[in-house]
Write a protein that binds this ligand. Structure first.
Ligand code: PLP
Length: 416
């Protein structure tokens, strides 16, 4: 006998996108130790937490000091004080009614979007937009739901929905049936959005096909235009077919502090093998109570402060700061003649690389000639080839310096 590994892990790509980027940047640094590199690549934030959050967390730390106010194990689903604020501010204010036991506070949308697949049958077929946030695909590969990886970079059992400039980054409904549909809007990496009309097509599809939509709204707070849905539940019927993920990571600087939540309405169901409907809310609750210990009280008190008037104002200021960066990057690249997408309702700017170059070629060119690090679009899926992602999360100063360097780009010298 011997102990075996989960063979599915062997199928995962050996070199994760960000480690390949790190490898190339390290190589460049070793050869050019003096180079002043500006990073517009990884999606971590640079602004500190809002003051209201810091204050609330300090108070919560003090509460831990005395036996009367000390807290031990937290409820796995989150404290009511936070869930009530979430429902009131993010949903009820927009006419969406949710019950307290339909919101599950967690330590991240990464974990939740990766773990949610556990409550679904292995035989389900998943669909992802392409390019895509890699967690949805990799978590399903680990589960053994992906089939085999083809030479074209696509898994045999995954349905890809290409989102490219030719279709305006709007995914087409699949030709053959799918069961679990991952949608992320505003989108990482393309920074594009879906209108209510487009989203409605997916809700109708899911209803007609007894499928589910896993809707990642991690960048909801970055929406600036009026007619873009902030929640999938703004779409009629979505509560029957959609789970929604939201995160305070980018919204309020919680990337290191960790707080997010997932909405599982009681109406949303999947089916037993003999076709009987089961509430997914119950299954997710069961999963969380078994495998998750809840978000620390101190962090949830900090998260609660995001929902106070000061917290909202301070968080909005941070978002405006990043969106000013996005606008500056966008306008600079547009004026240089690049085809540019996103950056209006999302902190990501998606650039078409000049003709004759591929995503990694453009990465190397920006790194070597301009000392700027971005993310090659091909790292997010086959349809990302020929694109490049820049993020708005650097400091204002570094963004301005990067823009000065971009302005030195001779666009025509890039044409292959
Ligand atoms: N979903 C998307 C689309 C993201 O881009 C990210 C972070 O980059 C996450 C989820 C992860 O969020 P969290 O920090 O809450 O785990």
């Amino acid at each position: 006998r011997m102990v075996h590994i989960n063979e599915n892990y062997r199928k995962l790509a050996g070199s994760y996108l960000f480690s390949e980027i790190a490898r190339r940047v390290e190589g460049f640094k070793a050869a050019n130790p003096e180079a002043d590199i500006i990073r517009l690549g990884i999606g971590d934030v640079t602004r500190p937490l809002p003051e209201a959050v810091i204050e609330a967390m300090h108070k919560a730390v003090s509460e831990m000091e005395s036996p009367e106010t000390f807290r031990g194990y937290d409820p796995e689903q989150g404290y009511d004080f936070l869930i009530e604020k979430i429902i009131e501010t993010d949903y009820a204010a927009n006419g969406i009614h949710l019950d307290i036991d339909e919101v599950f506070v967690s330590d991240g949308s990464k974990c939740d979007t990766a773990n949610i697949r556990e409550i679904f049958g292995l035989g389900n077929r998943i669909a992802v937009t392409d390019p895509v946030y890699p967690v949805y695909v990799d978590s399903n590969v680990m589960a053994g739901r992906s089939g085999t990886l083809g030479k074209d970079g696509r898994w045999s059992d995954i349905t890809y929905l290409p989102c490219v400039s030719e279709n305006g980054f709007i995914p087409k409904l699949p030709d053959s049936p799918v069961d679990m549909i991952y949608l992320c809007y505003p989108n990482n990496p393309t920074g594009t959005t879906l209108s209510s009309g487009e989203l409605k097509k997916w809700v109708d599809y899911a209803k007609a096909n007894r499928a589910i939509i896993l809707f990642d709204a991690a960048y909801e707070a970055f929406i600036c235009e009026d007619d873009i849905p902030h929640s999938i539940y703004e779409i009629e019927g979505a509560k029957d077919v959609a789970i929604e993920f939201r995160s305070l990571s980018k919204t309020a600087g919680f990337t290191g502090t960790r707080c997010a939540f997932t909405v599982v309405p009681k109406e949303v169901k999947a089916y037993t093998e003999d076709g009987r409907p089961v509430e997914l809310n119950k299954l997710w609750n069961r999963r969380q109570t078994t495998k998750f210990n809840g978000v620390p009280y101190i962090i949830q008190k900090g998260a609660e402060a995001v929902y106070t008037p000061e917290g909202q104002r301070q968080a909005r200021e941070i978002i405006r700061y990043y969106m000013d960066n996005a606008k500056a990057i966008r306008e600079c690249l547009c004026s240089l003649g690049f085809e540019v997408y996103g950056g209006i309702n999302a902190p990501y700017v998606w650039v078409k690389v000049p003709q004759g170059m591929d995503s990694w070629g453009f990465f190397d060119k920006l790194l070597n000639d301009f000392h700027i690090v971005g993310t090659p679009g091909s790292g997010f899926g086959p349809a990302g080839e020929g694109y490049f992602r820049l993020t708005a999360f650097a400091t204002k100063e570094n963004t301005a310096r990067a823009i000065e360097r971009f302005q030195r780009i001779d666009f025509y010298s890039f044409q292959g």
